[in-house]
Design a protein around this ligand. Structure first.
Ligand code: PEP
Ligand code: MN
Length: 342
């Protein structure tokens, strides 16, 4: 159960609600929210108390309404907020009618490479530039990213081409630096349940895109998002990027498109689909990007490299600028068919 206070509720009114709940022997949890103060009741409520307690709390001054939240996650749930969350960053809306495309190389490799990538993705209609500076690589011998230098280059390229930027942060200690360089923090699939990182990213208040772990259930995914919301950011995007496949012969992961309508039902947060990591194969990316939009995604993340064969990471799944421009034209037609735009 959760009590949502009026936007204008006083501190005394909030206190009275807390005391009323505690007088019934139950714990309270103050949840931050952008519009209202919300008070959660994490303890189990005896069934016979549910109705009288709801009535009593609803009647208290300063209470807007009381909602029953059956899900383990609260702030991330559709029960907590019925309307879709629309994240606004420097004039770009994520979660609104217009779908957003984030595109760029897996890794920032050089000034030339990220500048070229930015120019081509911008021209094709992307509004957010991606590029990893801190790379989570399976092998310690693989390219690890340019680190702080990569952040500078990504920022420069984004500013030069009027694109927002997104990049991965892997360590809680790096959150302030990454947040000062990029518009959106990316928390990678491998770190979805790195709670220290989730807490630090949440506390920064910066927009975050959380990628689903390759073996995570949707409840686990949304509970990870709950950490971000609980610790202070209200701008969280969920990214489906493929789960462990049954068969790695043809694809790297299995893009779980069921997750798109399911997450949209379970949560009010925008959903992004990443067909690049979801397939691992450039030639399959456009089809799965189209499918992602058709399934109801609010945006896409697509890897694009000026010369995929020279890429230092994920070249096999990266589109050339030309392939990306073609894919964008097709995405425009899918979006139109479902009453959206790209
Ligand atoms: C990436 O976006 O380059 C990346 C490493 O993604 P994921 O965390 O989904 O593997
Ligand atoms: Mn990648």
């Amino acid at each position: 159960m959760m009590v949502l206070m009026d936007a204008a509720a006083t501190a005394k009114q909030v206190q009275d609600v807390l005391e009323c709940i505690e007088a019934h022997g139950m714990q309270t949890l103050r949840l931050p929210g952008d519009e209202h103060v919300a008070i959660g009741i994490p303890s189990a409520i005896p069934p016979e108390l549910r109705e009288p307690l709801t009535q009593k709390l609803t009647a208290l001054p300063g209470v807007d309404h009381v909602v029953q939240i059956s899900r383990p996650y609260k702030l991330a749930s559709r029960e907590f907020r019925r309307q879709d969350t629309v994240i606004k960053i420097k004039g770009v809306e994520i979660g609104g009618q217009r779908c957003v495309v984030m595109a760029g190389p897996c890794s920032v490799e050089s000034r030339n490479q990220i500048m070229e990538a930015a120019e081509t993705v911008k021209r094709a209609g992307a509004r957010i530039l991606r590029g990893g500076a801190y790379k989570p690589r399976t092998s310690p011998y693989a390219f690890q990213g340019l680190g702080a230098e990569g952040l500078d280059l990504l920022k420069e390229a984004g500013e030069a081409h009027g694109l927002l930027t997104i990049t991965e942060v892997m360590s809680p200690d790096d959150v302030p630096l990454v947040a000062s360089h990029a518009d959106i923090l990316q928390i990678g699939a491998r770190n979805m349940q790195n709670y220290a990182l989730l807490i630090a990213a949440g506390k920064s208040g910066h927009p975050v895109m959380l990628k689903r772990g390759p073996s995570a259930s949707l409840d686990e995914f949304l509970l990870a998002a709950e950490y971000l919301l609980f610790h202070g950011t209200d701008s969280v995007m969920l990214c489906e990027r493929g789960v462990h496949p049954l068969d790695r012969t043809y694809t790297r992961n299995t893009l779980d498109l069921n997750a798109v309508p399911a997450l949209k039902q379970m949560s009010h947060l925008p959903v992004i689909v990443d067909p690049s990591h979801g397939t691992g194969v450039a030639r399959y990316v456009p089809a799965m990007a189209r499918a992602g939009l058709a399934a109801g995604a609010d945006g896409l993340m697509i890897e694009v490299h000026p010369r995929p064969r020279e890429a230092l990471s994920d070249g096999a799944q990266s589109l050339t600028p030309e392939q990306f421009a073609n894919a964008m034209a097709e995405l425009g037609r899918i979006a139109e068919a479902i009453g959206r735009s790209v």
